[in-house]
Ligand binder design. Structure first.
Ligand code: SF4
Length: 290
């Protein structure tokens, strides 16, 4: 008996950005409507409650039609299911009216577009790159707050190399952010640190039932990382179009695949920034974040 609560639907493997820190591997492949329908109908009922669905990519809003189809089908099969939609944000205006009718959708936007700040419950994925001056990090946070963002998911760049000096800078950046959050809370304007409500066995990626564009099912969206391509089969759980979930467990656990796929130096940096993020979250003063 599986106890997954998250269904990740990889609507497309394409992205129209090329962020230097992005670990994803891209392909010219989109999910078919048949795979999408089979994934929702076949796997959603197998999730433990409360279930969540993540509409993922690539950049999922390169296929707004699939986003709309997924939301319509979810509303029919399991109304009110919580949905996450991570995006760089460029395609959001095209789905504004759709999102207005779907309060269950939580948009995670990586670029703080002024327009997106007015979306109900929007979360800003706040990336911190190696080498950014701590004062600049604090200024970016204040700027996003001024635009109206009140929910933040802090993400130091994962799966890239950080030097010892850059790691020291990250600790200083987190110390600065802690002060800013504390000041806002004292002024009666606390923000939500979304990291506090999310857990996973690997940095950045999610555990759950993950359906790739071709209908293959995996137990983590770690399989989307370029470095993990040769190891994908070790995390395979089945195929939504052929027999669904396999009874057998995957050949390896996610942490083992992570260790086997990435160079030791990149893994060490990733673990170090993840530990710094955890310490930041745990050390937020009471009331500094919802
Ligand atoms: S981080 Fe997001 S927007 Fe940037 S290249 Fe990767 S998938 Fe695309």
């Amino acid at each position: 008996m599986r106890s997954d609560r998250l269904l990740v639907l990889v609507l497309t493997r394409r992205c129209d950005r090329n962020c230097g820190y992005c670990p994803q591997g891209f392909d010219d492949a989109d999910m078919s409507e048949g795979v999408l329908d089979a994934a929702i109908d076949g796997l959603l009922p197998r999730l433990a409650s409360p279930a969540r669905v993540k509409l993922f990519g690539g950049e999922p809003l390169l296929r707004p039609d699939l986003v709309g189809r997924a939301l319509a089908r979810l509303a029919a099969v399991a109304p009110g299911t919580a949905v996450e939609l991570p995006t760089h944000g460029k395609g959001l205006p095209a789905v504004e009216s759709l999102l207005a009718r779907r309060p269950e959708v939580e948009v995670f936007v990586s670029r703080p577009h002024p327009w997106a700040a007015r979306l109900r419950g929007v979360v800003h994925n706040f990336l911190i790159p190696p080498g950014e001056a701590p004062a600049m990090t604090a200024r970016r946070l204040a700027s996003a707050r001024r635009l109206g963002y009140a929910r933040f998911n802090f993400l130091p760049a994962y799966f890239v190399a950080w030097t010892p000096a850059q790691l020291k800078g990250l600790s200083a950046a987190f110390a600065g952010l802690r002060l800013v959050l504390g000041r806002w809370a004292a002024a009666g304007r606390p923000v939500e640190v979304v990291n506090l409500s999310r857990r996973g066995s690997t940095p950045l990626y999610n555990d759950g039932l993950v359906v790739d564009t071709d209908g293959e099912i995996y137990n983590s969206n770690l399989i989307l990382a370029d470095a993990v391509r040769p190891h994908r089969g070790r995390l395979r759980l089945g195929d939504v179009l052929n027999c669904g979930l396999l009874a057998a467990r995957p050949a390896a656990d996610v942490s083992q695949v992570l260790s086997d796929a990435f160079p030791a130096g990149i893994l060490a940096s990733t673990r170090a920034v993840d530990a710094a993020l955890t310490e930041f979250c745990l050390s937020l003063p009471a009331g500094a974040a919802a």
